[in-house]
Design a protein around this ligand. Sequence first.
Ligand SMILES: Cc1cc2nc3c(=O)[nH]c(=O)nc-3n(C[C@H](O)[C@H](O)[C@H](O)COP(=O)(O)O)c2cc1C
Length: 330
Amino acid sequence: MWVIKIAKSSQKKIQFLFRLFENYLYDLKRFRKHADPERRLPSNQSQLAYIVMLYHSIEKGLSLPHSRPGFGKDKLEKLLFELLSYAKNHGNHPFIYSAICSIAQYKGAMEQNDPQGEKIQTALDAIQKHLKKDAIGLPGGTIPFHGFDMDSDKHFSFASFAKRRHSVRQFADKEISIGLIEKAVRMAQTAPSVCNRQSNRVHVCKRQDRIKEILSCQQGNRGFGHQVPLVFIVTSSLSHFLSIGERNQCWIDGGLFLMTLIYGLQDQGIATCCLNWSVEKERDLELRQIAGIPDSENIVCLLAAGYPPEHCQVACSARRPLTEVLQYIE
Ligand SMILES: Cc1cc2nc3c(=O)[nH]c(=O)nc-3n(C[C@H](O)[C@H](O)[C@H](O)COP(=O)(O)O)c2cc1C
């Protein structure tokens, strides 16, 4: 009898492993098919995504505490190349204008007689030849940010609260209290989660030497990481998920929690900037060790937080036209 029991349980385990493998293979194939690092697919989406990524690094650079005129020359060169290729092959897209605005602001910040300025203008003229004059564009570059003006939020409207949020990459030298952190995390806990299982955890660090170590594993904080007063690491514990269908659920719960944490902090006048955790395994293991994150938790994202300075610039980060985002199902 016990032999049958063992055989049945082993069979179940093998079936589970096989289905798990099949499902990860399905994810793998779809990722391999549609994510396009070399931008070879006929759709222009990945080229556009690459352009947004490049021009965003320009507007982001312009929003840093000590933005250095003429920074990021290699990225600018790649951007100009891609813009020309996109304009030639596909013509207009609102993001092309955001990119051009960002480059114009970049050029404006350079010394007047810098020879690079002339080269940039020639490249922009060549791109603009392929664009329609009256096409709709989106803004680019940076815009001023003056904090959250909590008093005028007495008549709270979510629309204006959400509109005021920007990723901020400059922070005032002012400590954030433990009480405030706890209040923000309590607000984050109001986020919905699958079956209310609440898989999310937050690891927070105030110690400057440790923040330096943590941020040394992350690639998106150059130029402002040294000023960050507080870092959150949002994780999601895999032990809360029970079936193969839930293999990616941690990212959903994690994203909802992270967004609510961002708003919870904003509600108390704290500015934030998400710091991606788009890493491969070696980096992941490194951060786990530095921050003492258990193997059972997936790292969803890092979040830099601090009081904003009275005035600073933030990246414009224009949004896609609604028609590209909203699709009605017939
Ligand atoms: C998951 C995620 C990862 C991000 N990673 C970084 C990062 O590493 N460095 C950075 O400066 N900004 C990062 N950002 C901020 C984005 O650049 C920013 O959210 C986007 O440009 C939209 O601008 P906004 O937040 O001001 O509306 C990240 C945002 C998200 C949601």
